[in-house]
Design a protein around this ligand. Structure first.
Ligand code: FAQ
Length: 328
């Protein structure tokens, strides 16, 4: 009897665990939202922490390519809009870091992973912003792609993430509009301005399609994330939706998407597109894109420059703490 006891105990524990997972999945199937204090499988927690922290890092690193043009915006009006947009991205990053903390990982730890180069962030932010038209193109394509992706994430099963997406998408809509308006103005401008706009479209189109991640068959996380209602649509479905929306927008401002294979399929009602260069995608994801080193160096410098602020905040918090805590 005593020989069997540990075995029976372990069996009960795993049956308990299975029952909890079943109840958790039933809640998701009923469309309930999972909240921070609710029980969740460890794997769900880890997957969300991974995805949300990568997203937060992307917002923060994403400030760099556009921040590069704040001092060179062509008018006061453009400068105001760009300043506001870049500040919004900082807000999104902080908001999503807070959301990630509700899963039990401290923000310092997440930021350290970014600075150490062990965390991922979106491939798109490793491309350079060479001209003013790149700022228009980022708003149009990059924020446009983010909206397509994040509108779905606003229905994600994890409450804090879904709610963050609702607010963030509202701001991304303004970002996209200001970008598209820059492109429309340039496209209707002098021949040199038109050429600058077309050149930006040529350079940003394919990297923007890569933002949605690898094809579904190569997406290692999708099955699990879809089963748990974190992702509501697959990488390929969202990429297709982005292409379908953007083709008409490009036509409206008479700019050409750089894809000779782009054609409308009457049956599926989709715009079919050419092959994506996945070698380039993985090179950039693995750290060897045009600006990966520059981006990380900029983040490290910013972190070091901000050390005095963190020290001051800690000293102030210690000063305000009750005496007993201060004595500890
Ligand atoms: N870049 O199995 P999957 C923005 C990685 S915010 C780098 O398909 P998953 C706003 C992926 O992490 C833009 N890595 O992965 C803005 C995984 O690696 P791991 C960011 C990528 O998670 C605008 C591996 O490949 N948005 O733009 C990329 O199911 C302007 C296998 O991939 C979000 O983060 C990539 N593009 O699907 C800010 C949205 N794609 O971790 C400033 C939330 C894939 O297993 C200025 N995230 N990888 O080692 C998501 O929707 C998903 O995480 C995906 C990837 C769709 C990005």
């Amino acid at each position: 009897m005593s020989d069997q006891a540990p075995h029976a105990g372990a069996g009960t524990a795993s049956t308990d665990e299975q029952a909890r997972v079943a109840e958790f999945e039933a809640r998701i199937a009923r469309g309930e939202s999972i909240e921070p204090k609710d029980w969740m499988p460890e794997r769900y927690r880890r997957q969300l922490t991974r995805m949300m922290s990568q997203h937060a890092h992307s917002e923060i690193v994403g400030m760099l390519p556009e921040g590069n043009w704040i001092t060179r915006a062509p008018s006061l009006r453009r400068k105001l809009a760009l300043l506001a947009k870049v500040q919004d991205e900082a807000g999104h990053g902080l908001y999503i870091y807070c959301g990630t903390e509700t899963l039990g990982t401290d923000r310092q730890e997440l930021v350290q992973q970014l600075l150490d180069g062990t965390a991922k962030y979106s491939s798109i932010f490793n491309y350079p912003t060479l001209t003013w038209a790149d700022i228009g193109c980022i708003g149009w394509f990059v924020d446009g792609a983010a909206i397509v992706n994040q509108t779905m994430l606003a229905h994600a099963s994890y409450g804090p993430y879904a709610r963050a997406m609702v607010r963030i998408c509202k701001e991304e809509n303004f970002h996209k509009r200001q970008g598209y308006e820059i492109m429309a103005t340039l496209a209707g401008g002098t021949p040199a301005q038109r050429a600058m706009a077309q050149d930006a479209v040529n350079r940003w189109w394919w990297p923007s399609l890569m933002m949605f991640g690898p094809h579904d068959k190569d997406s290692s996380n999708s099955d699990e994330l879809m089963r748990w209602g974190v992702k509501r649509k697959s990488n390929d479905e969202l990429r297709q939706r982005f292409v379908n929306l953007t083709v008409a927008q490009a036509k409206a401002v008479d700019l050409t998407l750089p894809d000779p294979d782009l054609r409308y399929n009457e049956e599926t009602e989709n715009w079919e597109f050419g092959a994506i260069d996945w070698d380039e995608f993985w090179r950039v994801v693995k750290g060897d894109g045009p600006c990966n080193r520059e981006r990380l160096a900029a983040r490290r410098t910013a972190h070091e420059d901000g050390a005095w602020v963190r020290r001051a905040a800690a000293a102030y918090a210690a000063k305000r703490a009750p005496m007993s805590e201060a004595a500890d």
